[in-house]
Design a binder for this molecule. Structure first.
Ligand SMILES: NC(=O)c1ccc[n+]([C@@H]2O[C@H](COP(=O)([O-])OP(=O)(O)OC[C@H]3O[C@@H](n4cnc5c(N)ncnc54)[C@H](OP(=O)(O)O)[C@@H]3O)[C@@H](O)[C@H]2O)c1
Length: 276
């Protein structure tokens, strides 16, 4: 009996130390910035109605991806645009009345200049495009996450688009030693230089999504942060519906600055406050 009590005590002690270490690590990496988007103060329905009346159009890059498809769903549900165009490398199939007015532009991202017309006449652009180094190699990753994204933004700007919303990543930094964060930071900066009237950068942490495609590293991170983020921190991970909701809700707001960066906590706060 005494042995059992001692063992339980040791295990509990060890668990406490492990949890304390994890908490310290998460706190260390926590966003230093306070949350900017505590809640949507204005009435969401009124904002939506005002926006709807402006008859704006938008395009989405990456609508076949995990975030992109929820973003599309959210835009359709809230019906704030008079026209939605999907720009992608393949035709997507949808069933249901909600999708019947969608426009699809299939482009060759290696020859985007030949498809400039696909980017013309949109008011707002959303980008959820991206690949991984594991899938495309280092050069392929740069090509997609930087070159395709930047070229699309350039063509959209030339075509009259005034607002661009980019799904980037937590920790994006053009001076980083890590390829992923460096490329994300570089594309953020290069798009800013294009001078959109409004430019929103979203920097989510690990996306919490049951992805069909196998990505073991991401799976482990997802399991870890999925289990611990609710307890310790909201800056490391986020469910994708929150990202999609935040991107749409933020479109309705009038930011103080031309370029705004929404860190994971901001996205979570905005995604939650605009939840129906
Ligand atoms: N995974 C994470 O935890 C995480 C965290 C923070 C930020 N992010 C970033 O958030 C963004 C969206 O992530 P996600 O996981 O929602 O995306 P995803 O599911 O991987 O979808 C990526 C999209 O990009 C398109 N795409 C990929 N390679 C392409 C290529 N070579 N040519 C043309 N289109 C291509 C895909 O089209 P197809 O369907 O045709 O392949 C798809 O629409 C990405 O930029 C990602 O880096 C991810």
């Amino acid at each position: 009996m005494k042995l059992l009590v001692t063992s339980v005590g040791k295990v509990t002690g060890l668990l406490t130390v492990i949890i304390a270490v994890i908490a310290a690590v998460l706190n260390y990496f926590d966003d230093p910035e306070p949350i900017k988007y505590e809640s949507m103060t204005e009435d969401v329905k009124t904002l939506e109605e005002n926006f709807r009346q402006q008859n704006k159009s938008c395009f989405i890059l990456g609508a076949s991806g995990e975030t992109g498809r929820l973003l599309l769903q959210e835009l359709l549900d809230r019906n704030i645009f008079s026209k939605i165009t999907l720009v992608g490398r393949r035709q997507l199939t949808f069933e249901g009345k909600a999708y019947e007015n969608l426009v699809q532009e299939v482009v060759d991202f290696e020859k985007l200049d030949d498809y400039a017309a696909a980017f013309q006449g949109h008011d707002v652009g959303y980008c959820c495009l991206g690949t991984t180094r594991a899938k495309a190699g280092a050069d392929g990753f740069i090509r997609v996450d930087h070159d395709y994204v930047l070229k699309s933004a350039e063509l959209a700007k030339s075509g009259g688009c005034t607002q661009f919303h980019l799904e980037s990543s937590r920790g994006a930094d053009k001076n980083s030693n890590f390829l992923y964060l460096k490329v994300k930071g570089q594309v953020e900066a290069d798009i800013e230089a294009l001078g959109f009237d409004r430019y929103a950068i979203y920097r989510p942490g690990v996306l919490l999504v049951d992805r069909q495609e196998s990505r073991p590293g991401e799976w482990m991170a997802r399991k870890f942060f999925g289990a611990f983020s609710a307890v310790f921190s909201s800056s490391m991970s986020i469910p994708i519906p929150a990202v999609a909701k935040a991107m749409v809700s933020n479109t309705l707001l009038q930011p103080e600055q031309k370029t705004e960066i929404l860190e994971n906590k901001d996205i979570a706060a905005l995604g939650k406050s605009s939840a129906k």
